[in-house]
Design a protein around this ligand. Structure first.
Ligand code: NAP
Length: 247
């Protein structure tokens, strides 16, 4: 899969799954835009540059349309185009539905769902002119099977599937594909904070017998981003060690 000449924006890519995606797309030849809310994530762009590849860090909150529009304009000013958008930024604020506060509901919907809409809308403006684009949305198997204590997160992740299918239909005639990936249990800071009891419970539902890595997700993203995947749009792919089939 050769992404030479393409520019890829990966949201929330300072660490975790986003960072692995950034490194994988960089290995395939793409110019990489790292986005995050914290300045510390500039280090990820610096790592890619140190490896002799092109990379830019653009700080911004995906739930702010001002930040998102500024981010995309900066990318166009720097690289002249935007070919691949990976909507990866995500947060959790877990609580049972009865105890879920408005703040925790809004925070997760704003970043995980509205953020996907805002970044997609901003990127499409340029992808449509280019008549080529790849949008890859990081959803979750929780959006399909549900997960107690994550009503906000599951609603957002299920909503991402709706965005994926809708935008795929709207853009199909313009060589812009839109697909989603639904990771299962992937070892990152997000899952690290779960209790040992919860991790043990999850591990019993993974047919392959082990937790996934950010690299496992990155490989699927690289495929959807490629020219080879041109005939696939509006789909979601579970990268979950078989979890969804036995849950
Ligand atoms: P993570 O380690 O917590 O990393 C999340 C990244 O998103 C961080 O770099 C974070 O920045 C960034 N971010 C948070 N809010 C943001 C905002 N408003 N604007 C821009 N960036 C923001 O999470 P992860 O495990 O890598 O998860 C990545 C994606 O995969 C998420 O969408 C998550 O829901 C999804 N996913 C993960 C799993 C899993 O098992 N890990 C499973 C299914 C789906 P800071 O460093 O500044 O906080």
């Amino acid at each position: 899969m050769d992404l030479t000449g393409k520019t890829a924006l990966i949201t929330g890519s300072g660490r975790g799954i986003g960072k692995a995606i950034a490194q994988r797309l960089s290995d395939a030849g793409a110019k990489i835009v790292i986005n995050d809310v914290s300045d510390a994530s500039a280090a990820t762009a610096a790592e890619i540059k140190a490896a002799g590849k092109q990379s830019l860090f653009v700080k911004g909150n995906v739930s702010s349309s001002e930040d998102v529009n500024r981010m995309v304009e900066t990318i166009i000013a720097s690289f002249g185009r935007l070919d691949i958008l990976v909507n990866n930024a995500g947060i959790t604020r877990d609580q049972l539905t009865l105890r879920m506060t408005d703040e925790d509901w809004n925070a997760v919907i704003d970043v995980n769902l509205k953020g996907v809409f805002l970044c997609t809308r901003a990127a499409l403006k340029y992808m449509m002119k280019q008549r080529w684009g790849r949008i890859i949305n990081i959803s979750s198997i929780s959006g399909i099977i549900g997960n107690p204590g994550q009503v906000n997160y599951c609603a957002a992740k299920a909503g991402i599937i709706g965005i994926t299918r809708t935008v795929a239909k709207e853009m199909a005639s313009r060589q812009i594909t839109v697909n989603a990936i639904c990771p299962g249990f992937i070892q990152t800071d997000m899952t690290q904070k779960l209790s040992d009891k919860v991790k043990e419970e999850y591990s019993q539902h993974i047919p392959v017998g082990y937790f996934g890595t950010p690299q496992d997700v990155a490989e699927a993203v690289a495929f959807f981003a490629s020219e080879e995947a041109r005939y696939i749009t509006g789909q979601f792919l579970c990268v979950d060690g078989g979890m969804i089939s036995v849950w």
